[in-house]
Design a protein around this ligand. Structure first.
Ligand SMILES: Cc1ncc(COP(=O)(O)O)c(C=O)c1O
Length: 449
């Protein structure tokens, strides 16, 4: 086998000729060829190093090339590369046991998928079949995947080109005090009013028609929105009142990202279904799934579950999940995420104080957002909602300044997200934040004092 395509030129030439990229106008992108990565760092073929503050779409919670995780995959490949889902498999069984062990009590079965979209897709199928009801409520400012059901659930502009798609999905507004849909000025007001709104949406839709509410317990791409105290319990209570299933989409927020195994555990709320992917095995092999409550699992004890995937519980993927969860336990990864949060919060507050372009910083664990504005008093966004092209130029400049300083950030609309691997050292965290601090001077040029 020849390796002579492993250089910048061949990588880019073949990419531009043959690779069709996600979410892109193909002629307008210029992907940076990455030569390698380790821990919290990645580098290109010219030796430029970047601190990975995006964790590859909030994915590599254990960092790049974690040696124990790599070894586990290598061993699994030597043992058994694939086996159909109809068989029992040691790695799949153990991965399911370990996942159920860290999930809230009463969720004991795992349906494995290849990623997050298939997880949300199957979760709503399970909820609909379990309740016999057609509708699902999903939040605006959310992302749930790009397959037909999951993109319909999604409450951001990525849904628009696919509409109309799956019927019976209705959107509601969740809490977001900084840009309150409810004219609230305190977290308590925001919580009460967001719950009253959801209650009203349920009334208008007919609660007896609603199978599930799906939400990201801490909203990810759409803003790192940490719910006010009491909100998730309030949603749970509304669901319980009407026999509605609560689906926690933890694809991004789960597996330690928020400093708990699952974000919803911060608020001691137990959902009926949990969707996971990404951080379960740091995406080294594609894997996602749905963790299922005992009553929903019982629905399919003597009734066929009408869904499946050739790769459900793939041995390489589940062996890597076993290794990943073992690493979480043995290397104190959840504690590391909390320590990152303890350091990141105050450091970001200091950055906010220095820059007129910073409207708000918020987050939890290793999951933080810097919201950029043109004017702190009006909260006008640095770039408009869903801006593209010239309208988005100020954000592109900020991102460019971060990259020039050696930090690869995640940016969405008018926000920079600070979401490094959970294993990032505090030194690296502060190095990266110093680069962002400097890059924000670019944003300040657009901001009123
Ligand atoms: C909360 C959430 N749900 C679902 C998905 C979809 O996951 P995937 O891209 O693996 O299909 C994502 C992806 O970013 C996500 O953040």
């Amino acid at each position: 086998m020849t390796n002579d395509y492993r250089n910048a030129e061949a990588t880019l030439t073949n990419d531009r000729a043959h690779v069709f990229h996600s979410w892109s106008a193909q002629a307008q992108i210029n992907p940076v060829p990455i030569a390698g990565a380790e821990g919290s760092w990645m580098w290109d073929f010219d030796g430029n190093r970047y601190l990975d503050f995006s964790s590859q779409l909030m994915n590599v919670n254990l960092g790049h090339q974690h040696p124990r995780l790599v070894a586990a995959i290598q061993e699994a490949a030597g043992r058994l590369c694939t086996i159909a889902p109809i068989h029992a498999n040691a790695d799949r069984s153990e991965a399911a046991r370990l996942i159920a062990e860290v999930a809230p009590d009463g969720l004991n079965k795992v349906f494995f998928t290849n990623g997050g979209a298939e997880a949300t897709e199957n979760a709503i199928r399970m909820a609909r079949l379990h309740t016999g009801r057609p509708k699902v409520l999903a939040a605006y400012r959310s992302y749930h995947g790009s397959t037909s059901g999951s993109i319909t659930l999604t409450g951001d502009p990525r849904r628009w080109p696919s509409e109309p798609y799956v019927s019976g999905i209705v959107h509601f507004s969740g809490p977001y005090l900084y840009r309150s849909s409810f004219h609230a000025t305190t977290e308590t007001e925001e919580c009460e009013r967001a719950l009253a709104h959801l209650d009203e949406v349920m009334m208008f839709e007919g609660p007896q028609n609603i199978a599930a509410v799906i939400l990201e317990p801490v909203v990810g791409t759409n803003g790192i929105l940490v719910p006010p105290p009491g909100y998730l319990q309030g949603v749970r209570d509304l669901c319980d009142r009407h026999g509605i299933m609560l689906i926690a989409d933890e694809v991004m927020a789960g597996f330690g990202r928020c400093g708990e195994w699952f974000a919803i555990q911060h608020w001691n709320v137990t959902p009926d279904l949990i969707c996971f992917a990404k951080g379960v095995n740091s995406g080294y092999v594609p894997l996602g799934g749905v963790i299922i409550s005992d009553p929903i699992a019982a629905t399919f004890a003597d009734r066929v579950y009408p869904g499946g995937l050739t790769y459900s519980g793939h041995p390489l993927a589940t062996a890597s999940a076993v290794a990943s969860i073992t690493i979480f336990h043995e290397e104190g990864v959840i504690d590391q995420a909390r320590a990152l949060g303890d350091a990141c919060g105050p450091a970001l507050q200091k950055i906010a104080a220095r820059h007129p372009s910073v409207g708000e910083v918020r987050g939890i664990g290793a999951f933080w957002a810097i919201e950029l504005v043109r004017d702190r008093s009006t909260r006008e966004m640095l770039v408009p909602y869903n801006a593209a092209g010239a309208d988005a130029a100020p954000m592109a400049e900020v991102v460019g300044a971060c990259k020039a300083g050696g930090v690869w950030p995640f940016a969405h609309f008018n926000r920079l997200h600070v979401t490094p691997p959970l294993t990032t050292s505090l030194d690296d965290l502060h190095t990266g934040l110093a680069v962002i601090d400097e890059a924000l001077e670019v944003a300040d040029r657009y901001a009123a004092g």
